[in-house]
Design a protein around this ligand. Structure first.
Ligand SMILES: Cc1ncc(COP(=O)(O)O)c(C=O)c1O
Length: 431
């Protein structure tokens, strides 16, 4: 739920990696995204499990949180990247990631993005529609390359946090359904194209998944489809990319399975599903949230408080949906702490943002110790899909991203200023 190094002292003052939250707020301003590098390292390390029956390659999902320094951090740790746009690819390369360790996604890939991906020499392009096959093959031929490809299938598994169903038919904008022969047709089309080399299959079953079984079921489905393809076309995958989706602890009751257990179970399923005479495919995973969510927090300052007679008690902070759209977008729930206020929860408050939407509520109901205007509130678990989804709504500049480790801090992304808001604007010209 929180960075591993987050601590509260006897007086209730919070620190991360040995740095007081109040000092971070003073130095860098609020709202402020803070990432604890130690936690990032530990979450990444959890994906390195020795002795698995098949190798598992990690491609961190850049959509969860990416900036140049994050790409550099991943490169430094030898981790690959799942990039889903030309912008993510550009950022990854700028940060020093090796293109061969990048898997390039997107249910719509623009001509420019296809050129970018082929030119960069990404490790694989994940094909999501028949419509991109022609342009991709054409670009590969134009550049005299053979592009490694994964075909993205929708396996008929709908994973929700604590349950999953095999729908048999999966209605999704992503990938090719296994039903109706759509995925098979895509495989045939790729196999028929000499400029493309089909190295494997891909499927991602959802996000914030708190159970192990759907991950295993996903591998089983992919293995079943692979056996069918082997019988029919003599083709066998080198790799099965099983996407991301492992959940984190946003709330005390969230209890995700250990990363190692998920990897072990999936690797076993890959071995079990391999017929005699074939090599089990290696696995690729694309974790986003489970790497970054708990490493990140957002520090806000309380700007206003009010109690509505017969209604709720509001604490309004200096950020909100511009830096964290998830509660408004899909009722995501968070926990918060108040800096310098130790003691049992005394108030039930609605933590509201500053943006001009009634739906700009960060936490609907938080039980917190009594606080005052000017106090700092730390919202936990904001490392994933917060900065990545941030906007300039209301012309509010986006916060800085700061990383901390062993008592020191570094800026990874500068705070935007008003001049950044005007950077792309053109002045009015009468017409
Ligand atoms: C194809 C794909 N891979 C990986 C991820 C990362 O998922 P998560 O952040 O839940 O691990 C996503 C998230 O939407 C995805 O669509």
């Amino acid at each position: 739920m929180q960075p591993d190094t987050l601590a509260m002292d006897a007086a209730g003052y919070l620190s991360i990696a040995g740095i007081r939250v109040a000092d971070l707020a003073r130095r860098y301003g609020t709202p402020l995204y803070v990432f604890d590098l130690e936690t990032l390292d530990r979450r990444l390390a959890a994906y390195r499990v020795p002795g698995l029956p098949v190798p598992v390659d990690v491609y961190y999902a850049g959509k969860a949180f990416l900036c140049t320094a994050m790409a550099g951090f991943l490169a430094d740790r030898g981790v690959g990247l799942d990039a889903v746009s030309g912008g993510e690819l550009f950022t990854a390369l700028a940060g020093g990631l090796d293109a061969a360790r990048i898997v390039f996604h997107g249910n719509v890939k623009t001509p420019l993005e296809i050129t970018q991906a082929v030119e960069a020499g990404v490790g694989a392009v994940v094909v999501d529609s028949l419509d991109e096959l022609g342009p991709l093959a054409q670009e590969a031929r134009r550049q005299g390359r053979t592009v490694p490809v994964l075909v993205r299938v929708t396996p008929g598994i709908e994973a929700h946090t604590h349950a999953f169903i095999r729908t048999g038919q999966y209605d999704s904008k992503f990938g090719f359904a296994l039903t109706g022969g759509l995925a098979e047709a895509a495989v045939q089309a790729v196999l028929a194209e000499p400029a493309l080399r089909l190295i494997g299959l891909h499927s991602h079953i959802g996000s914030q998944i708190l159970d192990l079984e759907p991950f295993v079921a996903n591998v089983e489905v992919l293995m079943g489809f692979s056996r069918h393809l082997a019988r029919r076309y003599g083709w066998w995958p080198q790799v099965l990319d099983v996407g991301g989706g492992l959940g984190v602890r946003y709330q005390p009751e969230d209890d995700p399975p250990p990363t190692a257990a998920v990897l072990e179970a999936m690797a076993r399923a890959a071995v079990t599903g391999t017929p005699a005479g074939r090599e089990p495919p290696r696995l690729a995973v694309e974790p986003g949230r489970s790497i970054v969510a708990e490493a990140g927090v957002t520090i806000y300052r309380i700007g206003a408080m009010k109690t509505v007679p017969g209604g709720r008690r509001y604490w309004a902070v200096d950020g909100g949906m511009g830096d964290n759209i998830r509660p408004a977008l899909y009722q995501a729930r968070y926990q918060a702490l108040v800096d310098g206020r130790r003691g049992p929860p005394e108030e039930t408050v609605t933590l509201a943002g500053r943006y001009c939407e009634s739906g700009d509520i960060l936490i609907q109901e938080a039980r917190l110790p009594a606080a005052a205007v000017g106090d700092l509130v730390v919202v936990l678990g904001t490392g994933a899909y917060n900065y990545a989804m941030a906007s300039n709504y209301n012309r509010v500049p986006r916060p800085a991203v700061v990383t901390v480790r062993n008592g020191t801090s570094r800026v990874w992304v500068e705070r935007e200023g008003y001049s950044d808001l005007l950077r792309l604007d053109r002045p009015w010209e009468p017409w």
